[in-house]
Design a protein around this ligand. Structure first.
Ligand SMILES: *Cc1c(COP(=O)(O)O)cnc(C)c1O
Length: 350
């Protein structure tokens, strides 16, 4: 075939899920599937994860959450943390989603529904310093008091308290964790009994046991995407589940033209900074055009040969994160940039 294809190995996903669950225990894994499961394809990822026994999914928005509900069935717990309008609140409740609530207006939208015999399951979000949304500490006592009143009135049940941290420096994260613990105490003093506290994503939940609490919201590591500048895949015990391959369209002198370019989501800035894996070994990526790119040719290069843009680090391959490191970004950015128009091919889809 000509063009490029993203091959996703769901058996590797299953192995990573095992590894992550062991690493974050006794906290439970919440598999984060935002951005079309980090570009890997929501449906196959959720179907396989459900079969592997994953019970919690982090869906980000209500539309994705509703889709995960259809894929994963009634037994799954599905967390969304963006619900902007009363209509979205209704849609979230219709799909039995758990809703992250990080501002007073959303809390009031939920209270306005009154419960109607089916209280909303909410997770209250404290801003522990990231300032991305979340209730500021000075507003928290009033916020949890309102939520507690709503719980007594049967409009909602506060299932969890949560926050998001930068995972950039231990000192900052420690400060965030202290604020988080304070917020939990204030909520309990207001009469709430949240069973689920969640704070950490991939990096902190692996490296720092005290950040695991009851749920670990993990995306990157489940897909085998290691942190830029951090420990490698072997140290983490994970493997990248995706391989992005492109075919050679033509060879002209010293240049092999391959069927993948900026329109497919390949960063133009990678040109002359990285190499790709070819049948003749690693070769420099010389230029990235709109729908093609130029690679330094290898002996015997011919139309139809396949090259690997990123893969699982074996056989001369770069990974999403190693590419990212060469242009100062993170592996997730490289993975989610692969255009939805690039066909996905799945291994291990049963
Ligand atoms: C994306 C996201 C995560 C997962 O982060 P990873 O580093 O990919 O594990 C967890 N929580 C929230 C709120 C997120 O937005």
């Amino acid at each position: 075939m000509t063009g490029s294809v993203l091959e996703v190995d769901l058996d590797l996903l299953a192995a990573n899920l095992d590894r992550v669950r062991t690493a974050v225990a006794p906290a439970e894994l919440m598999l984060v599937v935002k951005n079309d499961a980090y570009g890997h394809g929501l449906d196959p990822v959720v179907e396989r994860a459900e079969r592997e026994g994953v019970r919690w999914f982090g869906a980000f928005d209500v539309l994705t959450g509703a889709r995960v509900r259809r894929l994963a069935g009634d037994g799954a717990r599905i967390f969304v943390w963006i619900a902007d309008t009363p209509a979205q609140v209704s849609a979230a409740l219709a799909s039995d989603l758990d809703i992250g609530v990080g501002d007073r207006r959303l809390l009031e939208d939920i209270l306005a529904r009154g419960g109607t015999g089916h209280p909303a399951r909410v997770h209250l979000k404290i801003d522990t310093g990231l300032r991305r949304n979340g209730v500021r500490p000075e507003e928290w006592p009033d916020f949890v008091a309102t939520a507690a009143a709503g719980e007594r009135a049967g409009a909602l049940v506060v299932e969890g308290i949560w926050s998001h941290i930068a995972e950039a420096s231990d000192e900052e994260d420690d400060l965030a964790r202290a604020r988080f613990d304070d917020a939990v105490r204030v909520a309990e003093a207001a009469g709430l009994r949240p069973r689920l506290r969640h704070l950490a994503a991939s990096a902190a939940s692996f490296a720092r046991p005290e950040f695991r609490y009851d749920l670990a919201r993990v995306g990157a590591f489940c897909y085998g995407i290691r942190p830029a500048g951090g420990p490698d895949e072997e140290a983490l015990g994970i493997r990248p589940i995706a391989r992005w391959e492109a075919s050679v369209l033509a060879v002209e002198g010293d240049v092999a033209r391959i069927a993948v370019g900026a329109r497919d989501g390949l960063f133009r800035t990678l040109a002359s900074r990285v190499e790709v894996a070819t049948p003749g070994g690693r070769r420099g990526l010389l230029a990235v055009h709109g729908s093609t790119s130029d690679v330094r040719a290898w002996p015997g290069a011919a139309a139809g040969d396949r090259v690997v843009i990123f893969g699982d680090a074996g056989k001369d391959e770069e990974t999403a994160t190693s590419l990212a490191e060469s242009i100062g970004t993170i592996g997730e950015e490289v993975a989610v940039r692969v255009s939805p128009l690039v066909p996905r091919r799945y291994r291990g889809r049963r």
